[in-house]
Design a protein around this ligand. Structure first.
Ligand SMILES: Nc1ncnc2c1ncn2[C@@H]1O[C@H](COP(=O)(O)OP(=O)(O)OP(=O)(O)O)[C@@H](O)[C@H]1O
Ligand SMILES: NC(=O)c1ccc[n+]([C@@H]2O[C@H](COP(=O)(O)O)[C@@H](O)[C@H]2O)c1
Length: 344
């Protein structure tokens, strides 16, 4: 083996709306990293650069919110970072400009940006200059958007491909090889374009997640649980009418904390048995799932199961407090006891 051989130090950057982030947004980083590492690159890190609000795409939620979702999404990755730089500019930034900024910051040993510091910290030997290369990582649909009249400047395309390089992940409905073949410019620069096939095809997209959410359908396992705001409710909801709370139950429930206690006024014709125990999924409210917050789900459930609801003050405070943890532990004994009472 040639002792002098040094792999090219590379960082991948993906630009886009991330509205909301999906599992595929992170998956493309893994695919590209595997591919590059087999082709003489040392992949030091990844950067996700969400677009500015003024990009103006229909249905784009605020950059602040997209960034918080992205931060949650990358919690499980030890190499993909978020750069909020584009979102903090006066207006929308062309991708070529964004690449220029990010490459400069990555190679600046005094960089003030956390993502740059983290990536630089991954370098085993820090000889100067740092010589960190930046490549644009994208799905095949993004490269095909190069052909949309007026969307990209030819000189930007030339700059991006020749001075940085592209890693394109295949996507169903796109044919990047043919697209390159049909473009004289891209054919000329094609040694700087890597096309990475995704054999385990997966057509998750932000559009499909938004569609599912707007229809009140589950988006679980399409994006991280922390992004969708869903977390298992591992406790019990005890819904009892005030007059039905017997001393025994009262002493039992008060000894267990936390427990969601919902009191409701008795209905004329009781819609439920004395004690109702349900397992529910709780959602945290965000701009993407405005109809799925914990309180909404619980009110909805109660509406369907119980009439004339009045939630006691403590419970209401709990339900409305979005920062509250949504995971409960309730002792097995209590659950069994409650089950027993339910069947009585
Ligand atoms: N399923 C996928 N396969 C390959 N690349 C993807 C996939 N989903 C997203 N990407 C790529 O991730 C980058 C950022 O994506 P973007 O924010 O546009 O997401 P999207 O899911 O395509 O969004 P939308 O559905 O809103 O158009 C783009 O380069 C896009 O091509
Ligand atoms: N001329 C350009 O630099 C140019 C044109 C169109 C889109 N883009 C970028 O490509 C990304 C496209 O994102 P969407 O696929 O979510 O629309 C955005 O980050 C946008 O800034 C850049």
């Amino acid at each position: 083996m040639n002792k002098c051989f040094k792999p090219t130090r590379t960082v991948l950057i993906a630009v886009g709306s991330f509205n909301p982030p999906t599992n595929m947004h992170l998956r493309i980083f893994e695919l590209a990293k595997d591919f590059l590492q087999k082709n003489d690159h040392e992949v030091l890190g990844g950067i996700i650069s969400p677009v500015h609000d003024q990009y103006g795409k229909k249905g784009l939620v605020s950059a602040e919110h997209r960034c918080s979702m992205l931060k949650l999404a990358v919690e499980t990755s030890n190499w993909v970072n978020i750069s909020e730089w584009e979102t903090q500019q006066e207006g929308w930034t062309r991708t070529a400009e964004s690449l220029k900024f990010h490459k400069k910051a990555l190679n600046d040993t005094n960089s003030e940006f956390d993502w740059a510091k983290k990536i630089q910290a991954k370098m085993l030997d820090k000889e100067f200059p740092l010589n960190i290369n930046l490549k644009l990582l994208c799905g095949a649909d993004l490269i095909e958007s190069f052909a949309v009249p007026g969307l990209w400047k030819d000189e930007d395309i030339e700059d991006i491909v020749s001075n940085y390089g592209l890693v394109v992940i295949s996507r169903s409905g796109s044919n990047p090889q043919q697209f390159i073949y049909e473009s004289d410019l891209l054919t000329r620069l094609q040694r700087n374009i890597s096309i990475v096939p995704e054999w385990i095809t997966n057509e998750i997209s932000s559009t499909k997640i938004r569609r599912a959410l707007s229809r009140g359908e589950s988006v679980r396992y399409l994006t991280s649980d922390s992004v969708s705001g869903v977390s298992e409710f591992d406790g019990i909801v005890l819904a009892v009418s005030r007059c039905q709370v017997g001393d025994v139950i009262e002493s039992l429930v008060s000894s267990v904390s936390p427990l969601l206690r919902l009191y409701f006024s008795p209905c004329l014709t009781p819609a439920t048995s004395d004690i109702k125990i349900e397992r529910l999924e709780l959602y945290r409210l965000n701009e993407i799932n405005p109809n799925s917050c914990g309180s909404f789900i619980i009110y909805k459930w109660l509406e369907e199961n119980i009439c004339s609801l009045s939630v006691d003050k403590l419970t209401k405070r709990f339900l409305l407090d979005q920062s509250q943890t949504t995971s409960f532990s309730v002792s097995k004994e209590l659950q069994e006891c409650a089950q027993l009472n339910y069947h009585q």
